[in-house]
Structures are given as structure tokens and as C-alpha cells.
Ligand binder design. Sequence first.
Ligand code: SAH
Length: 396
Amino acid sequence: MAQLILMPGKERSAFKRHPWLFAGSVGRLEGRARPGDTVEVLADNLRPLGRAAYSPKSQIRARFWTFDADESVDDGFFKRRVAAAVARRQVLPELRGQEGLRLIHAESDGLPGVIADQYGDTVVVQLTSAGADKWRKAIVAALVQATGCQRIYERSDSDVRGMEGLESATGWLLGEARDEPLSILENGVRLAVDVAGGHKTGFYLDQRDNRQLLGQLSAGKDVLNCFCYTGGFSLQALAGGANSVLSIDSSGPALVQARANLALNPQLPADRAHWQEADVFQALRDFRKDGKLFDVIVLDPPKFAPSASHADRAARAYKDINILGCRLLKPGGLLMTYSCSGGIGLELFQKIIAAAALDAGREARIVRRLAGAADHPVALNFSEGEYLKGLLVQVD
Ligand code: SAH
């Protein structure tokens, strides 16, 4: 096994169990290693630190598989890590029996570069790093063993694969497509999941709890759901007894799926749902001109800041939509506002929303802090990554 020897002082992040080693921390590679190969990581005094997947093309030069320098990274290793991730979720009561469930949340489950989402009897995997790609067979076999699922679809088409020098890879790894669409039941609402054509692995499972909360807030309310994608929030609002639900997305196909999802739920009052294909920034300005007001507004945009270097522009975009959101609320109205930008931490996000409320001329308070669901854990030592953060804000 090749050895990756760090620059002096650069072992500190490994002591804190941060799973990434940036190119600038690496002193030298002794021996030969191809992309994805496992290397031994040593401090510059040659103290062993663990084993990592080597990524020569990426600025994240290596990702630790293990901080135990004696642990072999082999089929058995992936079997243990995958089984542990699946078992971890069964401990949490709200996750038991969910038809849609994130099984592996990458670094936060000790498996950098590995995402796995279960939708019914199908598991969708996304492999985003050279190391994860190298071990695909072991990871898939471990998923089959841990879940009993015989249908595995790969959605390794995320942009970050490019940074690893990997091509995109999609298709059935086990089993094949069925005629009838795949769907999940989420808190009483049926939602179709297009694993091949949908965003990410097909659906945004991390918002499950927040969609349920919206349902609980919606009785008798006029709800505006911005960036609605396939209508997950919208349908929960209808199920919760909303007076009206207006949903906006710029994606035509997402709205087609959203309407189809509504049709999958004949128990919901379809006449209270309205869909609009538009740019949210423009639509909110138009509502303002028309003097439209809402009781509850959801703002769940795509990530505006993929990394810290985009934070300034992204902050401006978050502020703009949140100013508009605050202005469009009736007195006492609620804003459910989110960011999934890795480059924007919770503290900064709160400041942006505070500034937005101020500019909108509204007194506002946080009534609840919102996060991703429990199957999207965030490792304590790992604050990077596009974890979801949100605030429920009430305006006067
Ligand atoms: N809230 C959704 C997930 C939102 S994903 C859920 O719970 O499932 C973000 C969505 O924003 C995508 O569907 C994308 O098509 C849409 N989008 C991106 N930019 C947009 C814009 N400027 N205006 C409207 N929609 C936009």
C-alpha cells in the first residue's frame, strides 16, 4: 500500500477526525497509487493516522476511510459500515417504517462519497468520490445484504464527480425498471419518485419533517410554496387543510410530476391547489405589485452557494427572496425558509434572514429552528457539505 505523508503540523485535522485531506496538507506520496486506491496516511514524523482513498485529481486529495491504522479496507469493511448506517436509522422512532429513507449520508456515516436512498424496494446509490467509485461492488453487495432490496439504481451524475476525474454513471446495477412508477408514502401522502430523471437520487428526503410541520401549520391558511419541485410541501399543506396552496417552480417536468403526485392522492382537495411555472424571484415581485398576501410561505431554493467562495453572491440571493417573502406575509404570517448551501452556515443564514426582515420593514422572530431529517445526520466533526438549515420565522 502506498503511503501519503503529510506536511508538518497537518495531522491536526486527522486527530480531530476530520475525514478530508486537502492537497496543501500533503507532503509526498511514497509508492504508487491510482485514483481511488487506499493509501496509508502518516504524519510527517511517520506516525500512522489511518487509511484513506487517494484522489489525485481533486483538491480533496484523500478521504479517510478509517482512523484506525490497522483496519483493512476491504469487502468486510464496507459490509460493516453499511450495516451500521442502516442499523443506526432503525433506532430512531420516526424513521422506522419510512418507505423513503436515506440509508447512507456520506461522511456523516463514515462513508465519504457514498449516498444511498431507499424508495420502497429500490435503493438509489450515488458515488461521488474516486474511493467510493472504486469500491462500488462491495458497497452494492453490502446494501443488498443490509436491506434485502434486489433493485439498485445508480445515479452517479453529480457535478462533483468531474472534480474527481470521474465520468457520470447511471443505470440499474441490480434489477430493472418496472412499468409502474415507483412511489413512497410520506406522512400519509403518496409521492412518485423518478429515480432516473428526478433531481439527485429522485427526491428530497431531508425535508420530510419540515413538510409534515407545514401540514400542521396549514389548516385554513393561504400557503405559497416556492421552489416546489414535485410538490412534497404542497401536498402536505393540502392534507393539513390549507385553504389554498400556490406552488411555484421553474421546471416544467417537476410541475408535471407535482400534478401527477396530486392525482395519486384522491383524498386531497385538488381544487385548492394551483401550480405556476415561473422564476420565483420574478413571481414574488409580481405578487407584490398585485398586492397578494399569504399566511404561510415556504422558500426552499436550490443551493445558491456550492462552496464558501460563492457565499457573497449567494447571501444576496437569499436576502432578496427573503425580503420578498417577508413582504408578502399577512400580519402574524409564517415564513419557512431554508438553505442547503455548504458555503453558508447557520449563523450567517440567520443574519441574512434578520437583514431581510429589516429591509422588508417587518418585526420578526424565530419560532423554530429547522434542520434536515434524522436520516441525514451531520457528523459533529464535519460541518462542511450541503446540509440543510432552516428557520421558521413569524412576522408581525
Ligand atoms: N422543496 C422541494 C425541493 C426543492 S429543490 C421538495 O420538498 O421536494 C429546488 C427546486 O427549485 C427545483 O425543483 C428547481 O427546479 C427549482 N428552481 C431552481 N431555481 C428556480 C427559480 N429561480 N425559480 C423557480 N424555481 C427554481
